[in-house]
Design a protein around this ligand. Structure first.
Ligand SMILES: CN1CCN(C(=O)c2ccc(Nc3nc(-c4cccc(NC(=O)c5ccc(C(C)(C)C)cc5)c4)cn4ccnc34)cc2)CC1
Length: 285
């Protein structure tokens, strides 16, 4: 009998945890860097698939909660999201295996290529648009990033830009990172309601996205320069926002300012943002 008329057993495909990657199928290569989690290495999966492998230092994240969430994360698939292929959770440290992005973090890419990027408004705007598409997809799936910034976006071939590590912040155990008073908390990307009540939402991601746009149009400058976190909190709560980057068109700065509405309801959704940016791109390029 042909397969189409044979009923598919409900457990089909669930026999093995498809988000579980067998370490034997993974060949670890050179180190790509290390974050607060431990070492990240390039890897080859099943002989040919290029991957990045985060080897999670013990005690840095709540592993069981993360492994549970990984099942959901592997289902989030979009051209502007760094794809989670799976986890190796049967040993310690656990490995988080994602697609490989060969040019590394967007922040380092902006800083390294400042001279060739600074005048290229079309390319910088296209990077913003790519990130807004990935974020509009997460918003549509009610998925909050919680640490959107140029350092957490990655660059691949042909200037493709993808959002990485969405939702991962929830599993970090370091209080210095998770509490808004901590030294590692991303204060400069946080809106008033996160500074005051750690109230995260897709609208707090929109605020961070505005800062990310500012990072892109300054080719990787540090927002608010060398101001201390306490000084930034004071300014943000008084409604003082980042100034227009020199080489940024007024229409683009208008979109950034929209992302910094004081209350979440004063900010556009990523869906609206994406369309606003497409319109600006049409008129400017
Ligand atoms: C010509 N240049 C030479 C130098 N260069 C590189 O060495 C280079 C090349 C490719 C790289 N690619 C990737 N690098 C990484 C990578 C490398 C080091 C550190 C990290 N990130 C982390 O360790 C990290 C991520 C998130 C978090 C929070 C707080 C948000 C939960 C904390 C820590 C990622 C992840 N990737 C996922 C997909 N592709 C990559 C990274 C670096 C870039 C190209």
């Amino acid at each position: 009998s042909s397969p189409c008329d044979r009923p598919v057993p409900p457990t089909a495909g669930l026999s093995h945890d498809k988000w579980e990657i067998h370490p034997m199928e993974l060949m670890l290569l050179e180190e790509l860097g290390s974050g607060q989690f431990g070492v990240v290495r390039r890897g080859k999966w099943r002989g040919s698939i290029d991957t990045a492998v985060k080897m999670m230092k013990e005690g840095t994240m709540s592993e069981d909660d993360f492994i549970e969430e990984a099942k959901v994360m592997t289902k989030l698939q979009h051209p502007n999201l760094v794809q989670l292929y799976g986890v190796c959770s049967k040993h310690r440290p656990i490995y988080i295996v994602t697609e490989y992005m060969k040019h590394g973090s967007l922040l380092n890419y902006l800083r390294r290529h400042e001279n060739s990027l600074i005048g290229n408004m079309g390319l910088l705007l296209d990077m913003c648009i790519q990130v807004s598409k990935g974020m509009a997809y997460l918003e549509r799936h009610n998925y909050i990033h919680r640490d959107l910034a140029a350092r957490n976006c990655l660059v691949g071939s042909e200037n493709v830009v993808k959002v990485a590590d969405f939702g991962l912040a929830r599993y970090v155990l370091d209080d210095q990172y998770t509490s808004s008073g901590g030294t590692k908390f991303p204060i400069k990307w946080a809106p008033p309601e996160v500074l005051n009540y750690t109230r995260f939402s897709s609208k707090s991601d929109v605020w961070a996205y505005g800062v990310l746009m500012w990072e892109i149009f300054t080719c990787g400058k540090m927002p608010y320069g060398r101001l201390k976190n306490t000084e930034v909190v004071e300014r943000v709560q008084r409604g003082i926002i980042l100034e227009k980057p020199k080489s940024c068109a007024k229409e683009i700065y208008d979109v950034m300012k929209n992302c910094w509405g004081h209350g979440p309801e004063d900010r556009p959704s990523f869906k609206v943002l994406k369309d606003q940016l497409a319109l600006v791109a049409q008129t400017l390029t």
